[in-house]
Design a protein around this ligand. Structure first.
Ligand code: FES
Length: 101
């Protein structure tokens, strides 16, 4: 799937991934602002992204654990997700994620 990350510097980076988490893909591609400090176990929120409003159904809803974690982070919105909790699949093709500040 083709995934677009918009970094904190407002640069769009298009990357391609087949499987694994969006966080791992972002880290592999050096996407600025996605650190993945906890290794993808939903306990650091350094992989916080905002999904485009009209693409929320692609990303799906955050789990309760994820929501609890997000609440501790700044700039949380109804479009927030922790991208380590999103598995890459063909269904995500074209999704645009803005890295949270
Ligand atoms: Fe730590 Fe996603 S990488 S919460």
């Amino acid at each position: 799937a083709k995934i677009t990350f918009i970094t904190q510097d407002n640069i769009s980076v298009v990357v391609e991934g087949q499987s694994g988490s969006l966080m791992a893909l972002a880290v592999e591609n050096g996407i600025k602002g996605i650190d993945g400090d906890c290794g993808g176990v939903c306990s650091c929120a350094t992989c916080h992204v905002h999904v485009q409003a009209d693409q929320m159904q692609l990303a799906g809803e955050a789990s309760e654990i994820e929501k609890d974690m997000l609440e501790l982070d700044d700039n949380v919105s109804e479009f927030s997700r922790l991208c380590c909790q999103i598995e890459i699949s063909d269904a995500l093709d074209g999704i645009v994620l803005t890295v949270a500040n």
